[in-house]
Design a protein around this ligand. Structure first.
Ligand SMILES: C[S@@+](CC[C@H](N)C(=O)[O-])C[C@H]1O[C@@H](n2cnc3c(N)ncnc32)[C@H](O)[C@@H]1O
Length: 317
């Protein structure tokens, strides 16, 4: 049996993703300041973006002069990154941009390399897409260990997730969200699924609006309608403008413990809320962990514990 893990395979979320993210320069501004600060503070040059999706963070980092390798297991999302690479191939930095299809559970064999990077990044609430496949979080452990293996001694892993503590405790996401600011989101419905009394999934149903159908100028900035999205993005059939994504609700304390374990307790984990020290922010929308691998971490021994997971695929076969 092959399990379908790619939630983007029907192409719906991939088609609407840039619209969902909203004003990319605004989102990129927050990420840019944070990423540049952390990458420069740890003298990073080479970056592996393991959840590149449409390529938004990778592109920003390439433009900032970092040497970026990107991967993701959704070919529908990667298509957008590959397009960007093709369109900008005359710029040497984009010509050198390597983009691979890879699943976190089989990352080292999918990438077929023992290469290590100054930084590995997994951002945009991506990691929470990975379900708990065995009920004991072994899939989470394996993916995080694979990320840890690919970080050089002295390098960093940057990984984030939504504030699931808040969602589980309140049944809804914190109201402010500095990550996504789309004028086209008309609703996001949150459901929590419990199994044996414990929360096992958070389901977010996203409903995008058709801006061409809206006459509500209060939605518009400066009374100007928002720029029209690409013609293919929004459909006149409202059903096509809705997508659902399912997440594993990582509590911040237990996620930190998983990170410590993945690095054999040879790393320091610093957790920020919405890019700020935790004491400075109340009810952040996102937690971001900066995991600094110690200089004296042993090198990987070449074992591939991931082989046991090769029956878990990103696409149906
Ligand atoms: C929410 S998107 C974020 C993409 C990008 N970082 C951003 O912020 O726009 C999550 C990405 O994680 C990828 N993903 C989820 N599970 C994965 C897995 N097991 N292996 C590789 N990629 C995975 C999805 O295909 C998707 O492109």
């Amino acid at each position: 049996m092959v399990l379908e893990l790619d939630q983007y395979s029907d192409g719906k979320a991939a088609r609407l993703w840039n619209l969902y993210i909203g004003d990319q320069s605004e989102r990129t501004r927050h990420y840019k300041q944070f990423l540049k600060r952390e990458l420069n503070a740890h003298s990073c040059d080479t970056v592996l973006d393991v959840a590149c999706g449409t390529g938004i963070d990778s592109v920003m980092l390439i433009e900032e002069g970092f040497s970026v390798t990107s991967c993701d297991f959704s070919d529908k999302m990667l298509k957008c990154a590959w397009n960007t690479r093709w369109n900008r191939r005359k710029e040497p930095a984009f010509d050198n941009w390597d983009i691979y299809e890879a699943n976190w559970l089989t990352l080292t064999s999918d990438l077929d390399t023992d290469r290590q990077y100054d930084a590995v990044i997994c951002l945009g609430n991506s990691f929470a897409h990975l379900p708990d496949l065995t009920g004991n979080q072994d899939s989470h452990r394996l993916a995080l260990r694979n990320f840890a293996t690919m970080v050089k001694p002295g390098g960093i892993l940057l990984i984030d997730h939504r504030n699931y503590d808040y969602i589980l405790d309140n049944g809804r996401a914190p109201s402010k969200n500095i990550y996504y600011n789309s004028q086209y989101v008309s609703d996001i419905n949150t459901s929590v699924v419990y199994q044996d009394g414990s929360p096992s999934k958070v389901i977010l149903d996203y409903v995008m609006r058709d801006p061409t159908a809206s006459t509500d100028s209060t939605l518009w900035l400066d009374n100007q309608p928002p720029p029209a999205p690409s013609r293919t993005a929004i459909s006149t059939n409202q059903k096509d403008n809705e997508f659902t994504l399912t997440y594993y609700p990582h509590r911040v304390a237990s996620f930190r413990a998983l990170l410590e374990e993945a690095f054999d307790h040879r790393a320091t984990v610093t957790t920020l809320g919405d890019f700020q020290p935790l004491e400075q922010v109340q009810d952040p929308a996102f937690y971001i962990h900066v995991v600094h691998k110690s200089e004296d971490s042993p090198q990987p021994n070449g074992d591939h514990p991931e082989e046991a997971w090769s029956s878990v695929s990103s696409s149906e076969e």
